[in-house]
Design a protein around this ligand. Structure first.
Ligand SMILES: Cc1cc2nc3c(=O)[nH]c(=O)nc-3n(C[C@H](O)[C@H](O)[C@H](O)COP(=O)(O)O)c2cc1C
Length: 357
């Protein structure tokens, strides 16, 4: 099995988790410059926005980075007459941030082909995907261009499907992780395997390197992932809490204040299951029982969430965070990175030094 560092072209097998809607050039760059793989989430980005983002990343770092997309699963709804009904159900939230109930758009998401064309032009070191197995055409085209492909699995069956699909490495994402459960073979509710159980089983089942994700926030988590025979770690929440991230102050505060047993898996914000803080909006939408299917709900709540973000109103944002949130204690992404490096195999001397220091 090839070394993950060689595959990704990095010094340390540490990946920044991509954040759809919340990635920042500064954080992606900080992780890539530190010797890991910075990543940028392109959920909802059209071709033009992908091109300008990739140009900004190239300008900011000479190091490899990953671009991340959500594959269509085929059950995405298109804008239709129900749009207005679901929009009106959310009226109090629009009112709370002072924006009008949004009119029905022509589409909720840019087409996959448009995103891919821009990604091929951008030529990142890595294309990472969630919610499915990339088609043979996508994998072949990426490889033809020297781009590595990383898939994401929440179960052993998904990991096996990705392996058969020809990806170069697999992120095994445990149920502790922040953000969406990216399950694609069975409903997300039926695919909730914890990182500790998932990683070694995926390692046993596939032929490519496995990257552990979910609940890893410090050297202990990193060391545990390698003890489970992961070849790398992908970290989200701990990096999202740093000053380089695009999280609002309210979101950062929620990461610091939400206990491990307080984060919830909810469909309230997007129509798909995701882990975050159970703020007033999540509680109210869940209690209403009215949740539009994905991506309509995501688009509809996105309109007040964006305004709430500008006003730093945490109760009206989606405060994605994982069960390891209380472990996210460092403010600087480079410090988080060094902390994780201290847990890698061969870092024993370094760990002792830091503990003594
Ligand atoms: C705000 C937010 C958005 C996310 N969006 C994506 C995404 O678009 N694509 C993806 O592959 N993972 C996404 N994730 C998951 C992270 O990349 C990462 O795998 C996860 O946070 C790891 O678990 P941890 O938070 O316990 O470290 C997101 C996580 C957060 C917190």
């Amino acid at each position: 099995m090839s070394d993950l560092r060689e595959i990704l072209g990095v010094r340390h097998p540490i990946l920044l988790g991509p954040f759809g809607g919340l990635s920042s050039i500064a954080l992606t760059t900080a992780v890539s410059d530190a010797g890991g793989l910075g990543a940028y989430g392109l959920y909802g980005y059209d071709g033009e926005r992908i091109r300008s983002t990739a140009a900004a990343l190239r300008e900011a770092t000479g190091q490899p980075f990953a671009l991340n997309i959500w594959l269509p699963t085929g059950d995405e709804v298109e804008p239709g007459p129900q749009h207005t009904v679901f929009a009106e159900a959310l009226e109090p939230f629009y009112e709370a941030v002072g924006v009008d109930v949004p009119a029905r758009p022509g589409k909720y998401l840019p087409p996959l082909d448009e995103q891919l064309d821009a990604i091929w032009d951008a030529a990142p070191a890595v294309l990472s995907v969630v919610f499915g197995v990339p088609s043979a055409e996508i994998v072949e085209e990426a490889h033809r261009r020297g781009i590595r492909v990383v898939g994401t699995a929440t179960t052993v069956a998904e990991a096996t499907a990705l392996d058969v699909g020809g990806v170069d490495a697999i992120v095994a994402s445990g149920a502790e992780a922040a953000g969406h459960r990216v399950s694609f073979l069975r409903p997300a509710e039926d695919s909730l395997v914890g990182t500790f159980a998932l990683v070694p089983q995926v390692v046993d089942a596939v032929s490519v390197p496995v990257i552990a994700a979910g609940g890893i926030a410090d050297r202990r988590g990193a060391a545990a992932a390698f003890a489970l025979r992961a070849s790398g770690v992908q970290v989200g929440t701990a990096f999202l809490a740093t000053t380089q991230s695009a999280a609002t102050d309210a979101h950062r505060a929620a990461i610091h204040e939400t206990a491990a047993d307080e984060s919830v898996l909810t469909r309230a914000m997007s129509g798909r299951l995701a882990r975050g803080a159970r703020n007033r909006t999540v509680r109210a939408i869940e209690a209403s029982g009215t949740i539009a299917p994905f991506p309509m709900q995501n688009w509809l709540t996105g309109k007040f969430r964006a305004a709430a973000g500008e006003q730093n109103l945490g109760e009206l944002q989606s405060l994605w965070l994982g069960q390891a949130a209380p472990l996210a204690r460092l403010d600087d992404a480079t410090e988080v990175f060094e902390e994780l490096v201290a847990g890698l195999p061969g870092s024993v001397g370094r760990t002792a030094e830091r503990v003594r220091g």
